[in-house]
Every structure is written in C-alpha cells, then in structure tokens.
Design a binder for this molecule. Structure first.
Ligand code: SAH
Length: 216
C-alpha cells in the first residue's frame, strides 16, 4: 500500500471511530474531516495522529482524544453566528474545529509556547477567525464577554465563577469537573433566564486547570 493510500485509510478509520463513539452531528463530523489532526501532533507521536487517543504535546500537556473533542463540540451545539471562548488551547486542534463552526473563536492557554505554536498553525491553515491569547483562563476574557459558548479543556473542581459570569443568557458551557487525578465528569451548563441548569454527559480524564502562567 502506498503512503497516500495508507493515510487515506487511516483518515477514514478515524472518522469511523468518531461515529462509532457517538459523534453523529453532521456539521461536527464535517469540521473534523476538514481539520487534519496531523499538523497539531508534532514529533514522536505524529504517526499516531489518526488514532482515537490523547497524545502528549509540548509543556507536558496533551491533545485530547478525538472522540472526546467530537462529543464536546457536539454538546456545545455551536451555530455559525456564535462567539466562542475556549480555555486550554493546547495544540490548537479543538479551536481549529470550532473555527469551522462558529463566527469567532477566542482561545486561551497559560503556556506561551503552546499559544505561539498554535498561532503558527492557524496562520498556515488560514484560520483567521481565531485569536489565541496567553493568560490564566480561569478569569475568562472580560474584554470580549459575553460569549455564546464556552468550552474548557482542562479540569477544575467546579465551573470557574468568572466563566459562568461571561456566558450569555441562552448560552452553553461544556467542561470537565472533578479532582485532577481521579475520575472527572464532563458537564454541560445552560444559562437560562432563571439560572443555571447542569447535565452530566460522561466520565472523562483531562489535565488540571492550573493557576497563573506556565514557565514557558
Ligand atoms: N484543547 C487542547 C487540549 C488542551 S490540554 C487541544 O485541542 O489540543 C489542556 C490545556 O489547558 C493545556 O495546554 C494547559 O496548559 C491549559 N491550561 C491549564 N490550566 C489553564 C488555565 N488556568 N488557563 C489557561 N490554560 C490552562
């Protein structure tokens, strides 16, 4: 089998794995077909970009498992008019998928290096609707608030108050909550006129949401 055929097969299996794990939304599948995970996984592990596994990236962080990215994106129910905030840029993969579905994406990471590398990929892929920022995402992005959708890709014990505050009425936030090294729950928060409604989606495992900026 030539390398090209091999790659095409792996990409097909990648999409098949997403569907079999419950990613059924056509727009989400379309965005994940369009955004190649390859460039977001560098170095040693790039061979495994099309496997449904989390993989190590720089700064001791991880690029999430594709089926979890798909399920979170699906739960977020993004519309083309939405302004979305992501906490935890990491490789930039999740933000790139969101950019295919939303009007505007802001993504924050506490590691300068991850933000710099993600920006370079966004540039290469002509994803000009994403703004990547280095800061402590627990405080959100007051300048651009409120947001239609907020997604957090690192686990906190509880949903950070400032993020709940920056969610629009009618908005949705999806995030993992729980102790960092035990089982965490992926939850969805709806902000309604009368308050917040929570539902639990599944068990997950994410790196922890940490305070302050990273060293690099
Ligand atoms: N969404 C990413 C995966 C994120 S891994 C992707 O698609 O690749 C979680 C990321 O959250 C890490 O990069 C980590 O640096 C970041 N993070 C942890 N605590 C944070 C905080 N308080 N503010 C911003 N980013 C944070």
């Amino acid at each position: 089998m030539s390398d090209d055929t091999d790659l095409a097969t792996r990409k097909m299996q990648f999409l098949y794995a997403l569907r079999s794990k419950g990613v059924t939304d056509k727009r989400v599948l379309g965005a994940m077909e369009e955004i190649d995970r390859g460039p977001f996984v560098r170095g040693l592990f790039s061979e495994r970009a099309y496997e449904d596994m989390p993989l190590p990236i720089a700064c001791g962080q991880t690029i999430s498992q594709p089926s979890v990215v798909g399920l979170m994106t699906q739960a977020l129910n993004v519309s083309p008019r939405d302004k979305v905030l992501e906490i935890g840029t990491g490789s930039g993969y999740q933000a790139a998928i969101l950019a295919k579905l939303a009007r505007r994406v802001y993504t924050i990471d506490r590691h300068r290096r991850l933000v710099r590398e993600a920006r370079a990929i966004f540039e290469e892929l002509n994803l000009h609707t994403i703004t990547a920022i280095t800061s402590d995402g627990s405080f959100g992005l007051p300048d651009q608030a409120p947001f239609d959708r907020i997604i957090v890709t690192a686990a906190a014990e509880d949903p950070p108050g400032p993020l709940l505050g920056q969610l629009k009425e009618g908005g949705i936030m999806v995030l993992p909550v729980g102790q960092s090294d035990t089982v965490q729950s992926l939850i969805r928060v709806h902000k309604t006129a009368t308050g917040l409604e929570y539902d639990e989606l599944r068990d997950v495992r994410f790196v922890p949401l940490l305070e302050g900026l990273g060293k690099d």
